[in-house]
Design a protein around this ligand. Structure first.
Ligand code: PMP
Length: 423
């Protein structure tokens, strides 16, 4: 075991990582007779007790619909919901809470922009630019928008390290480009893109920008004003909040021009049998009863992350990443997919001749939860000539002991598969 596990879980960095880990009930269980080692944070993060309790409290005491009742429960629910919107605005440094639209997730957020903004702004001859690293959530909606409007989808290529060069981005942003939509951190390879630089390049040419920040929100502070980005999307469940809740940030001046994608309750100003007029932002883009408990859970997740602090989070994650890379590099059968210079706590690898699912099952038998498959990035997998990978994704609640457990489990799986491993 790495010595510094003790020092890190002690007070060296003023964060008691053992105490942090103890806040996550799901981590304290055995799977197939082994302690669970959860390395699937990039798919969905585990939830701290404070998030679970905040949502339970809402259901137990305040459960009521928002914006609709004069009774006390409805007022309490509305207050909690709108306070969460303000907190989320502050969390990403938005100018105004009305720039925060609650959706069901990153996927829904991108779809709202692709459908609503796309319909209004794209026409034949226009181009939509994305990168070759995108999750399907930031690719398929643009394919649909292009099919609907006659615009063309262009892809900035990925190099052999799993990076997208800024020179290629600059070259492909030109007079026909209407929007540049890109992921800040790749969920499949962990590549960190220079989001600020790319937004600036697009802005210089008057091109609208969207950042898929699904993999960023739990790991790195977000300042939408500093970025200068027009739209930014993320999901609560990847930042230790609940599933089924996401955020669409948009600059107010742009959101005001968007027509609603969904019609129904809460998004109207006035309705007659013949026609309707729309409410002001943000309600215009939030049709129907929202995920109130989810929003309250997101608020608690923000408090949780902020109580730990970005510097501590970043230091912890990079120590875990370095250790995991060192350990896995010592296993000769492992071939890493992507080796980006700027990388978050994600490691994708294959063992040639072994299907990722088979390895995943053998690891699960030893308590290891990691993701296997194409990671909703099929074109990227095809680019590397593979159908999928095993993906280790790390979070602050992981430990160095768990990485040792992973190392042992991979070696044992390789032995069981008849792929000899001397040490
Ligand atoms: N983009 C990225 C980079 C992601 O990692 C994910 C989730 N894996 C998504 C978008 C989609 O998020 P959700 O499923 O929460 O809508």
């Amino acid at each position: 075991m790495k010595q510094s596990d003790q020092s890190v879980s002690g007070k060296t960095h003023q964060t008691d990582w053992k105490a942090v880990r103890d806040e996550f009930p799901a981590l304290h269980q055995q799977v197939n007779g082994y302690p669970l080692a959860y390395f699937d944070h990039a798919a969905t993060a585990q939830k701290p007790r404070k998030v679970i309790d905040a949502m339970t409290r809402y259901y137990e005491f305040d459960n009521a619909n928002v914006h609709r009742g004069v009774h006390s429960l409805s007022q309490r629910a509305t207050l909690a919901y709108e306070e969460a919107r303000q907190k989320t605005a502050r969390f990403i440094c938005a100018k105004d809470p009305s720039e925060i639209i609650f959706t069901s997730g990153t996927t829904a957020s991108v779809n709202v922009v692709a459908l609503s903004w796309g319909r209004a702004h794209l026409k034949p001859g226009d181009e939509v630019l994305v990168t070759g690293l995108e999750h399907h959530a930031n690719l398929v909606p643009w394919q649909m928008a292009c099919a609907m409007t006659g615009a063309q989808l262009k892809i900035v290529p990925v190099n052999e390290f799993g990076e997208v060069s800024t020179d290629s981005v600059a070259e492909m942003l030109h007079s026909k480009t209407r929007i540049f939509a890109f992921s800040w951190i790749s969920n499949a390879l962990g590549t960190i893109n220079p989001a600020h630089d790319w937004v600036q390049l697009a802005r210089e040419k008057g091109i609208t920008t969207l950042i898929d920040a699904a993999q960023v929100a739990a790991h790195h502070p977000i300042d939408v004003q500093h970025l200068g980005v027009d739209f930014l999307c993320f999901s609560a469940h990847k930042m230790m909040g609940p599933t089924g809740l996401g955020v669409l940030y948009g600059k107010k001046s742009i959101l005001e021009t968007l027509d609603p994608v969904f019609g129904g309750g809460d998004m109207i100003d006035e309705v007659t049998y013949e026609k309707s007029t729309w409410a002001d932002l943000p309600y215009r883009l939030e049709a129907g009863t929202p995920n109130i408990a989810g929003v309250i859970g997101l608020s608690a997740a923000i408090d949780f992350l902020e109580s730990i602090g970005w510097q501590n989070i970043s230091r912890r994650e990079s120590e875990l990443l370095q250790y995991a890379l060192e350990k896995l590099s010592e296993i000769p059968q492992i071939r890493f997919i992507g080796s980006p210079k700027e990388r978050a706590g994600v490691i994708s690898f294959v063992v040639d001749g072994v299907h990722p699912y088979d390895l995943g099952i053998l690891l699960d038998e030893q308590g290891i939860a990691l993701r296997t498959g194409h990671h909703c990035a099929q074109p990227l997998m095809r680019h590397f000539g593979i159908t999928g990978t095993c993906r280790v994704s790390l979070a602050i609640y992981n430990t160095f002991e768990e990485i040792d457990q992973l190392d042992r489990a991979i070696k044992r799986a390789l032995r069981l598969l008849g792929i000899s491993q001397s040490n």
